[in-house]
Design a protein around this ligand. Structure first.
Ligand SMILES: [Zn+2]
Length: 304
């Protein structure tokens, strides 16, 4: 266990990194760590995380009562307290608004497709906790649904939350989420994602132990059943990962397109045929180069 002065310095450093990487703007975000068995060290309300000093931090008990510090604890303290209550293994909590991941949270698109081996072995998937008014009791309630099974989640129309066995572990998960969101966005802009097949996802999950990764829950054996349980209001007991059957292939091409059949529908094709490619969607429009040039020329003319 690190000393209190070391933990204060670590919080300052993580805040500086989050601000430098654009994960927070202005006074956004908050950070906390366990200080022994019954106290927390936490960032204060209304300070920029990029310019903190070690003596700014607050010490609270696990009920959120302030024990020490000139400033009041973070406005999102209730969310932090809920994570520690639900997860005795967690020693640090980080909350920020990294812009690409938060874009997914605003679009209502969870980061749950089997795309990157490293994310599958570490976080599994990143769900979206339902929208809740920031700094109210609603937010810990929304987080409670996912926190037993996930070390990282998006918060609908708000940001992201990560936890870990120490402060840097929690912070690096925030980096992983934003990096994953960036890569997912680029792949989707390019129009396709090659997805990791279900068998390979199971193989990657098997590697968690050998990497020393202690995931809070396994990857769901049946994602559609797990999603139905979540929709019925149950807390997550496993990590939903959208991975198609590979029919012997470890990567399965999946073309992103409007009006295309959903992955869930295609991956459940049980008749042994390859799922339909999304490019075959009937509402695709094809233009010749000449037709496209004429359209662009008309558009430019209308602009003038
Ligand atoms: Zn926030």
């Amino acid at each position: 266990m690190s000393s209190e002065s070391q933990l204060r310095a670590d919080i300052v450093e993580v805040g500086r990194r989050m601000y430098a990487r654009g994960y927070t703007a202005s006074n956004d975000g908050n950070i906390s760590v366990r200080l022994g068995s019954d106290r927390l060290l936490m960032t204060p309300k209304s300070v920029c995380k990029g310019f903190m000093a070690p003596d700014m931090m607050c010490i609270t008990d696990l009920e959120g009562r302030k024990l020490q510090g000139d400033r009041d604890p973070s406005s999102e303290m209730l969310m932090h307290l809920e994570v520690y209550r639900q997860r005795p293994d967690v020693h640090a909590v980080v909350h920020a608004h990294p812009p690409i991941a938060t874009g997914f949270a605003v679009a209502g698109i969870p980061l749950d497709r089997a795309v990157l081996a490293e994310v599958l072995t570490t976080l599994g998937s990143i769900p979206i906790a339902e929208y809740a008014t920031p700094s109210t009791k609603e937010l810990p309630e929304a987080v409670r649904k996912y926190i037993k099974a996930h070390d990282g989640m998006l918060l609908a129309n708000h940001g992201a939350l990560t936890s870990g066995a120490d402060l840097y572990a929690a912070y690096y998960k925030m980096e992983t989420i934003e990096h994953f969101a960036k890569i997912s966005l680029v792949a989707r802009l390019l129009g396709r994602e090659n997805l990791i097949a279900r068998d390979e996802v199971d193989r990657l999950q098997g590697l968690r132990g050998s990497y020393g990764i202690k995931a809070p829950a396994p990857i769901c054996a049946d994602p559609s059943e797990a999603l139905a349980l979540l929709d019925a209001g149950n807390p997550a007991m496993c990590q939903v990962v959208q991975a198609p059957e590979g029919d012997g292939q470890r990567l399965v091409p999946d073309v992103i397109g409007a009006g295309a059949p959903s992955l869930a529908a295609t991956s459940r094709a049980s008749d042994g045929t390859h799922p339909p490619r999304r490019a075959e969607a009937v509402d695709e429009i094809r233009l010749t180069y000449r037709e496209l040039s004429t359209l662009i020329a008309d558009a430019v003319k209308n602009l003038r």
